[in-house]
Ligand binder design. Structure first.
Ligand SMILES: *Cc1c(COP(=O)(O)O)cnc(C)c1O
Length: 375
């Protein structure tokens, strides 16, 4: 039996490993490990790729989101609307700056924020919305920017899972006021360690972000305000420059893989396949189905997951408990049943193996195994 992992970075290393090794060694030999031209060059290449005038590299996607909120002056007394169906970092940073996350429900078809509910949740304290383009599927940014304009809100795009995705021909991360990216190794553009970036076309905001990532420093050892230490290493910047040149091809391969799954899984009963919205171009960081059709959703999904595992197919559950029901957010007072679609998604989702180099044979094995489990 062939084992199929949820993702596999080894094929990528076979393709560009020699180039990555050479770049890393060049940085080591240079003696210049923090800042310098590798980071500056990557920043300008990434800004050009996303379609913004500015890019500020930092240490992680989490830091990118945190710095974005800080630079926009969001803090105590402010509310930030976001989705409960995301990685914890999206909401964690809202709490970290002293603001309050306001969770609203999602659309089951896209797993993304329900924009009617975003509008309904706006109060006099709302300063910003953090839409997450989850699993690589873009949020309807045309509609969200219209809502933002009407209510004078800031939009911080969480693009951690969607580097290269587009909404109506524009790259995500270039549509809101700020875009936040993660280069965690399993993201579409992954470093060999932690990394992140912030994109914006507002030069004043960019300047403040550059200060905040470097302790708030303004000139030599002079601080008008305090920031954090969040820089991208030169080694990671050198590696990311190489990988950025391949990103469009890898994203296209992911799109081909998703198309094949859509086709191979279409005859299988009791599952719902993910939907790309008209206007959106997904980069499929994950290909996530829902196991439906049984009354106890969580049990059915977990049964399918372990039966797939027995057949050598590794799958993942992103995310098993929505953020509004996490113990860490108990103080916010959300109840079970309050955001029913996010809760339903948490019980039904199953992410299938997804990486650019997955073969047709491997995908067929996933599909046959899934059919077996659901027969
Ligand atoms: C990965 C991820 C982050 C955090 O990125 P890190 O680089 O791991 O800090 C934030 N939001 C979402 C949706 C993510 O998937």
């Amino acid at each position: 039996m062939n084992r199929i992992p949820p993702f596999d970075l080894s094929e990528q290393y076979k393709l560009i490993g020699a180039e990555m090794n050479a770049a890393a060694l060049e940085v080591l030999a240079s003696g210049r490990y923090i800042g310098g031209s590798w980071v500056a060059d990557f920043e300008s290449q990434f800004a050009e790729y996303i379609g913004t005038s500015e890019c500020i590299a930092c240490n992680s996607g989490t830091d990118a989101l945190y710095l974005a909120l800080r630079a926009l002056g969001i803090g105590s007394g402010d509310e930030v609307i976001t989705t409960p169906f995301t990685f914890v970092a999206t909401a964690e940073v809202i709490s970290a700056v002293g603001a309050t996350p306001v969770f609203v429900d999602i659309d089951l078809a896209t797993f993304n924020l329900n924009l009617d509910q975003v509008e309904a949740a706006i109060t006099g304290h709302t300063r910003a919305v953090i839409p997450v383009h989850l699993f690589g599927l873009p949020v309807n940014m045309t509609r969200l920017m219209a809502i933002a304009q009407t209510h004078n809100l800031l939009i911080i795009e969480d693009c951690a899972q969607s580097t290269g995705a587009e909404w109506e021909g524009q790259k995500v991360g270039s549509i809101g006021h700020i875009g936040c990216f993660s280069f965690y190794p399993t993201k579409n553009l992954g470093a060999c360690g932690d990394g992140g970036a912030i994109t914006t076309s507002d030069p004043a905001l960019a300047e403040r972000l550059r200060r905040l990532r470097d302790h708030g420093r303004q000139g030599a050892y002079y601080y008008e305000e305090l920031g954090v230490n969040s820089r991208l290493d030169a080694v990671q910047a050198a590696i990311l420059q190489i990988k950025l040149r391949h990103l469009d091809q890898w994203n296209q391969q992911r799109r081909d893989v998703a198309d094949r799954y859509q086709h191979l899984l279409s005859p299988i009963p009791n599952i719902t396949r993910p939907q790309e919205m008209a206007g959106g171009k997904s980069v499929w960081n994950q290909y996530t189905i829902r196991v439906t059709g049984e009354r106890d959703a969580g049990t059915a999904r977990d049964r399918v997951r372990s039966q797939l595992q027995e057949r050598g197919v590794a799958s993942m559950v992103y995310y098993p408990l929505p953020l509004h029901l996490q113990p860490a957010y108990r103080d916010l007072g959300y109840q079970i049943g309050q955001l029913p679609l996010a809760e339903q998604a948490s019980q039904q989702v199953l992410s299938l193996p997804m990486f650019p180099e997955i073969t047709l044979e491997q995908q067929e094995q996933v599909a046959y195994s899934l059919k077996d489990c659901l027969a």
